[in-house]
Write a protein that binds this ligand. Structure first.
Ligand code: TYM
Length: 332
C-alpha cells in the first residue's frame, strides 16, 4: 500500500492540558529528529480530549497552542502534515466500523482506561472507546510507524489486534503499524513524585516541566524535585527513582552516554545535578518559546497551517475508509 515510497509515520497528542517535557522527550523530539526520512502525519487529537470534560473556549485555544508548539519544536510542514482530528470526518466514521469488530473485553482491560475511569465521576462511552478511535487515526493513513512514549504502547498493540481481526474477517484492508518507543525519555516521571508518570492533567505545583514555563519556574521545579538521602549519582530506576528521572531527562536532552554522564557527576552532589539539568532544560526550551511567541503573534498563520494539513490528509483517509466500507459490504 505504501511500497516504494517513504515509510509513513503517524502520531498525535491530546490538546487536553499544557505540553510538558515528557511529551517532548517521549514523542515530539523523536518526530522532529526523523522527519526528513519519512512521510509524516501529525495530528492534534481533539476528539480524544473530549472523552473527559473540557471547557469549550479553553479547548479551542489549546488546539491552536498545541499546533504552534508542534511547529516551534521543529516540525517542518514540507515533511509533515499537521491537522486537527475532528477536521477529517473519516476518523469518526472508521471508528464506528472498528467498534463493530472490537470485543468489549479488549477495551475493558486497557490500563489507561482503568486509571482514568477511577478519576471520573461519570465515565463516558468515549473514554472506553478511546483506543478504537486511536486505532482509526493510525490505520486510516496506511501507517508503518507510530512514535509514542511507553504509556501508549498498549494502545498501539490493540491497534495491531484490530488490524489483524479486520483483515482476517474482510480481507487485506489495513497496514500493520509498529510502535516506536525511544530508548531514553519514554517514561518521564513527575518531579514531585518520581514513581508516577509526568502527566498533563496533574495540578500539583512542581509536578511537570511545561514547555512554555518561564526559565525561573523551570529552575524552581527542578531544584525542588524529589530525590533521596543516599547521596549517590547512579542510574538506578528502582532504588533511586528521583535521581534516575533527572539523569534520564539530562541524558535524553544531551544525548550523552550513561558512562559520560556518570563521570561528569562523579563526586558531585544532587544540587549540582539539578543545576545542570535546569541549564539543559532551559537551554532547550528557550528557542522553542521564542519561535512559539513569534508565530503566535499572527493567529491567521496557524489557521492556514491546520487547513492545509487537513486538506492534504483528507483524501488519504477518505480512500482507506472507502476500501474498508467496500470490504464490509457497505459500498460497491
Ligand atoms: P498524550 O496526549 O497523553 O501524550 C502525547 C505523547 O506524549 C507521550 N507521553 C510521555 N512520554 C514520556 N513520558 C511521559 N510522562 C509522557 N506522557 C505522555 C505519550 O506516550 C504520547 O506519545 N492516545 C494518545 C494520543 C493519540 C495518538 C493517536 C498517539 C491519539 N491517537 C494515534 C499516536 C497515534 C495520548 O493520549 O497521548
Amino acid at each position: 500500500m505504501n511500497d516504494n515510497k517513504k515509510k509513513r509515520v503517524f502520531s498525535g497528542i491530546q490538546p487536553s492540558g499544557r505540553l510538558h517535557i515528557g511529551n517532548y522527550l517521549g514523542a515530539i523530539t523523536n518526530w522532529v529528529a526523523e522527519q526528513h526520512q519519512y512521510d509524516n502525519v501529525f495530528c492534534i487529537v481533539d476528539l480524544h480530549a473530549i472523552t473527559v470534560p473540557q471547557d469549550p473556549q479553553e479547548l479551542y485555544h489549546k488546539i491552536r497552542e498545541l499546533a504552534l508548539l508542534y511547529l516551534a519544536c521543529g516540525l517542518d510542514q514540507k515533511d509533515c502534515a499537521i491537522f486537527v482530528q475532528s477536521h477529517v470526518a473519516a476518523h469518526s466514521e472508521l471508528t464506528w466500523l472498528l467498534n463493530c469488530v472490537t470485543p468489549l473485553g479488549w477495551l475493558e482491560r486497557m490500563t489507561q482506561y482503568k486509571d482514568k475511569s477511577v478519576k471520573q465521576e461519570s465515565i463516558s462511552t468515549g473514554l472506553l472507546d478511546y483506543p478504537v478511535l486511536m486505532a482509526a487515526d493510525i490505520i486510516l493513513y496506511d501507517t508503518d510507524m507510530v512514535p509514542v512514549g511507553e504509556d501508549q504502547k498498549q494502545h498501539v498493540e490493540l491497534t495491531r489486534d484490530i488490524v489483524l481481526r479486520f483483515n482476517n474477517l474482510f480481507g487485506e484492508t489495513f497496514v500493520m503499524p509498529e510502535p516506536i518507543i525511544p530508548k531514553t525519555g519514554a517514561r518521564v516521571k513527575g518531579l514531585d513524585d518520581p514513581t508516577a508518570k509526568m502527566s498533563k492533567s496533574s495540578t500539583n505545583q512542581g509536578h511537570a516541566l511545561y514547555l512554555l514555563d518561564p526559565p525561573d519556574v523551570l529552575r524552581k521545579s527542578i531544584m525542588r524535585a524529589t530525590t533521596d538521602s543516599l547521596n549517590k549519582i547512579a542510574f538506578d530506576a528502582e532504588g533511586q527513582p528521583g535521581v534516575f528521572n533527572l539523569l534520564s531527562i539530562y541524558q535524553a536532552l544531551t544525548k550523552k552516554s550513561e558512562t559520560e554522564i556518570l563521570s561528569e557527576f562523579e563526586g558531585k552532589g544532587y544540587g549540582n545535578l539539578k543545576k545542570q539539568v535546569a541549564e539543559v532544560v532551559i537551554g532547550t526550551l528557550e528557542p522553542i518559546q521564542k519561535r512559539y511567541a513569534d508565530m503566535a503573534a499572527d493567529p491567521a498563520y496557524i489557521e492556514q497551517v491546520l487547513k492545509d494539513g487537513a486538506d492534504r490528509v483528507r483524501p488519504i483517509a477518505d480512500h482507506r475508509l472507502y476500501v474498508a466500507q467496500k470490504h464490509m459490504g457497505l459500498r460497491k
